[in-house]
Design a protein around this ligand. Structure first.
Ligand SMILES: Nc1ncnc2c1ncn2[C@@H]1O[C@H](COP(=O)(O)OP(=O)(O)OP(=O)(O)O)[C@@H](O)[C@H]1O
Length: 258
C-alpha cells in the first residue's frame, strides 16, 4: 500500500464556526486505492473534515491537494468534476422517486447532451439515455437491488436506502468516494452487507475510499489506515493496529460512551 501515490493531501486545515474550533491544524494524506478511515467521538470534527474536502465548508487556514492541484477551498461542482463523490449521514435521496431514477441522478454530470435535447428525447439524447441507463443497471446488479428497481425509495427499509445512496454516488464513477457514517443506524446484518459492498467497490473498481465511522470495530475491519480526531485535533494516524494501541486514542474513546 505504501508504494501507491498520494491522491489527496490535506495540509494544516483549520476551521472555526464563530468561537467553536471544529478543526485545528489537521494534516493527513490518502493514497490511491486505499480505504482510509476518519474516526473520533461525537463532535470530534469528522463531518467538518469531509465537508472541507468536498467543498461544502471553506477552511480559514490550510490547503488541500487533489490529483496534484492545490486548493485553499473548492466548490462542490468542481469537486464532483474532479471525481469525488460522497454519501451522506442523513440520506439525500428523492424519497418519492424510484431506486432507478435516484441512481440516475448520479449520472447527470456525465450527461453530454443539453437539458432541452433530453427533455424532448431528441436522437443523440435518446441514445445517450440508453447508454446511461445501462451503467445504472450495472450498478443496480452490483448492489443486488434488482428487486426494488421501480420501488419508490421512501418505501424501502433504511439499510436498503443507504445502499441506494451508495449507488447514486457510484453512478458518478468517482476516483475518490467519501462515505459519511455508511453504517449508522443499521442492524447487524445490514452493517455486514454494507461492509462487503464497500470492500467490493474498493476491490473491483479500484475506488479510493475515505470513510467516517463512529464504530471502532467497523473501521478496524475495513480500513488500511485511520486518522483519529478528538475535539478538532488529530490524536492518531496509522494502521488500525497502531491507532488501537495509541494511548491518546484509548483515552479519547474511554472518555466517551462509544
Ligand atoms: N455548521 C456549523 N455551525 C456551527 N458549528 C458547527 C457546524 N458544523 C459543526 N459544528 C461544530 O463543530 C464541531 C465538530 O462537529 P462535526 O459535526 O464536524 O463533528 P463529528 O465528529 O462529525 O460529530 P458526529 O460524530 O456527532 O457527527 C462541533 O462542536 C460542532 O458543534
Amino acid at each position: 500500500m505504501s508504494a501507491q501515490p498520494v491522491i489527496l493531501d490535506v495540509k494544516d486545515i483549520s476551521l472555526s464556526f464563530g468561537g467553536v474550533k471544529a478543526l485545528t491544524n489537521i494534516s493527513f494524506d490518502v493514497r490511491q486505492g486505499e480505504v482510509r478511515g476518519i474516526i473520533g467521538p461525537n463532535g470530534a470534527g469528522k463531518s467538518s473534515m469531509l465537508n472541507c474536502i468536498n467543498g461544502v465548508y471553506r477552511p480559514q487556514q490550510g490547503e488541500i491537494t487533489l490529483g496534484g492541484r492545490h486548493f485553499h477551498a473548492m466548490n462542490p461542482r468542481q469537486v464532483a468534476e474532479m471525481g469525488i463523490a460522497r454519501t451522506f449521514q442523513n440520506l439525500a435521496l428523492f424519497k418519492g422517486m424510484s431506486v432507478l431514477d435516484n441512481i440516475m441522478t448520479g449520472r447527470n454530470l456525465r450527461m453530454k447532451t443539453g437539458l432541452l435535447a433530453q427533455a424532448f428525447h431528441w436522437g443523440p439524447a435518446r441514445r445517450e439515455e440508453i447508454a446511461q441507463r445501462e451503467k445504472v443497471e450495472q450498478i443496480i446488479d452490483f448492489l443486488e437491488i434488482q428487486a426494488w428497481r421501480k420501488t419508490p425509495v421512501g418505501r424501502l427499509p433504511y439499510g436498503l436506502q443507504k445502499r441506494v445512496d451508495l449507488g447514486r454516488a457510484l453512478a458518478m464513477e468517482p476516483q475518490l468516494l467519501l462515505l459519511d457514517e455508511p453504517m449508522a443506524g443499521m442492524n447487524l446484518e445490514e452493517k455486514q452487507d454494507m461492509c462487503r459492498f464497500i470492500l467490493d467497490v474498493n476491490d473491483e473498481f479500484g475506488t479510493t475510499i475515505v470513510l467516517i465511522e463512529h464504530d471502532m470495530g467497523v473501521v478496524m475491519d475495513l480500513c488500511d489506515r485511520v486518522v483519529v480526531l478528538d475535539y478538532g485535533k488529530k490524536i492518531g494516524d496509522g494502521t488500525p493496529a497502531e491507532v488501537r494501541s495509541n494511548p491518546d486514542v484509548i483515552a479519547a474513546y474511554l472518555g466517551t460512551a462509544h
